[in-house]
Design a protein around this ligand. Structure first.
Ligand code: URA
Length: 458
């Protein structure tokens, strides 16, 4: 078999055989195919797409390209192991909140998370903003930890779906990321290889996501759900809005702070307007994970249990248990609001500078382009420009006002935490174009604030 013939066939929009697909996945994983030939094939797939049979073959070939994890040793009678995956976003700290909640309610979770890609953040990077937290424990130790405390959150191991690791890095530099076929195969190959019984997908949609509109997000969600069916892994997809950054913070340490504050919130705060978007996504994902795990059948009842788990601080205590189990440093902090001392993670959050970005005019904020905010974070050093870059965990943004807010000229919209003035100037080029203010009727501003975050469930 020759790679040249496979490229030519896909270029001419012909169907590839199972043998051809298995050949290029295997040989590329073994580094027997050059990047220039694989790039040409990826672009041909991007442009001419794959049919359902080709896509299934591609996904399974990628899943089997290295170790498949077996999670039998953490299974419990009558319950299922559920994995979660988000297609990526800006300010997306949902996994960090959802995992302790569902583990605290009795669903066991052994999750591997990725690092930041392009302008989107990664859970593994955020966890490393906690001093001492080890994302690199091996899968055997992670499974033991799940049997002890119900949860482990580790970095995507390099020997899982090795084909995806190599192909993703190539797609990232050949403008072939935003393909429904290639994203589906990438996500589902990793999930199939990770050994869970069921999968919950958070398919993000909007300016800060790979899918910019709801029709494409639905197609991506349905494609992945169909692959799950073929793999005999029940898969549910929640389409969520990523038009503006999720929640109030974007960065690594700042997002961990937001997770802490979310998990320490009382019911009034959780129901407040300022937490609405993040709360809706967290509650929907956690409720579906509990249902898939066979821990709670009814989604609305699950949401009531989730509220109780947070307000009782049991979910927060599970978060602290997880951090301690993976070596994270903890200190005790007296909190006036709670009238007691509580354990807190110690963060790499030291910055030299803080700057307020202020409204240039009065009006309503009509949009905050998440992609530009994600790019601004990369410019500050909070994300990677190349795979080898190290990350400054302390830099980031805290939004004081978000889409729909009414602001007066010179009101603070966001705070920037940074360590390098030149990097700030680079980041500012993105920030200044990211926020649009217009004169609107108050009712329209209100409608923008209340835009739903759960767009569909497939
Ligand atoms: N997330 C993934 O894991 N893969 C993609 O291709 C895109 C988002």
């Amino acid at each position: 078999m020759r790679m040249y013939d496979i490229i030519e066939k896909k270029r001419d929009n012909k169907e590839l055989t199972t043998e051809e697909i298995e050949y290029f996945v295997r040989e590329y994983s073994l580094s027997n195919i050059e990047d220039y030939q694989m790039s040409a094939l990826l672009m041909a797939i991007y442009l001419n797409k794959m049919n359902a049979r080709e896509l299934t073959d591609l996904t399974f070939a990628m899943a089997k390209s290295s170790n498949m994890i077996n999670l039998d040793s953490i299974k419990e009678e009558g319950k299922f192991i559920v994995d979660k995956h988000s297609t990526g976003g800006v300010g997306d700290k949902v996994t960090l909140i959802v995992l302790p909640i569902v583990a605290s309610l009795g669903a066991k979770v052994c999750k591997m998370s990725g690092r930041g890609l392009g302008f989107t953040g990664g859970t593994a990077d955020k966890l490393e903003a906690i001093k001492g937290y080890d994302v690199n424990i091996d899968i055997q130790r992670a499974k033991e930890q799940v049997n002890d405390i119900g949860v482990a959150l580790i970095s995507q191991s390099s020997d899982i779906a090795i084909a995806d690791k190599k192909l993703y890095a190539l797609r990232d530099v050949t403008a072939t990321v935003e393909s429904i076929d290639l994203i589906s195969a990438s996500v589902m190959s990793k999930k199939i290889a990770s050994g869970a019984d069921k999968i919950l997908l958070d398919v993000t949609c909007g300016s800060g996501a790979f899918m910019k509109d709801i029709a494409s997000a639905r197609r991506l969600a349905q494609t992945m759900v169909n692959i799950g069916k073929i793999a005999n892994i029940e898969t549910k997809a929640i389409i969520t809005s990523m038009d503006e950054p999720l929640g109030r913070s974007v960065g690594n340490a700042v997002e961990i702070k937001e997770v802490i504050s979310f998990l320490l919130s009382d019911e009034t705060t959780l129901n407040s307007k300022s937490l609405k978007g993040l709360k809706d996504v967290v509650f929907e994902c956690a409720a579906w994970m509990l249902k898939l795990a066979n821990v709670g059948e009814d989604i609305e009842e699950n949401k009531v249990k989730i509220m109780e788990e947070i307000t009782s601080k049991r979910a927060y205590n599970k978060f602290i248990e997880l951090i301690k189990a993976q070596g994270g440093h903890i200190h005790s902090v007296y909190m006036d609001l709670l009238g007691m001392s509580i354990d807190m993670p110690v963060l790499n959050d030291q910055v030299k500078y803080l700057k307020d970005i202020r409204a240039e005019k009065s009006g309503h904020i009509v949009s905050i382009d998440s992609k530009k905010i994600g790019e601004a974070l990369v410019s500050l050093g909070g994300g990677r420009k190349t795979k080898q870059d190290s990350i400054d965990h302390a830099v980031g943004f805290e939004f004081i006002n978000k889409v729909g807010s009414k602001v007066n000229e010179s009101d603070t919209i966001l705070k920037v935490f940074y360590n390098d003035k030149e990097k700030f100037d680079e980041a500012f080029e993105y920030i200044k174009d990211a926020i649009v203010i217009e004169n609107l009727e108050d009712t329209l501003g209100e409608a923008l604030s209340n835009k739903p975050h759960i767009l569909d469930i497939i």
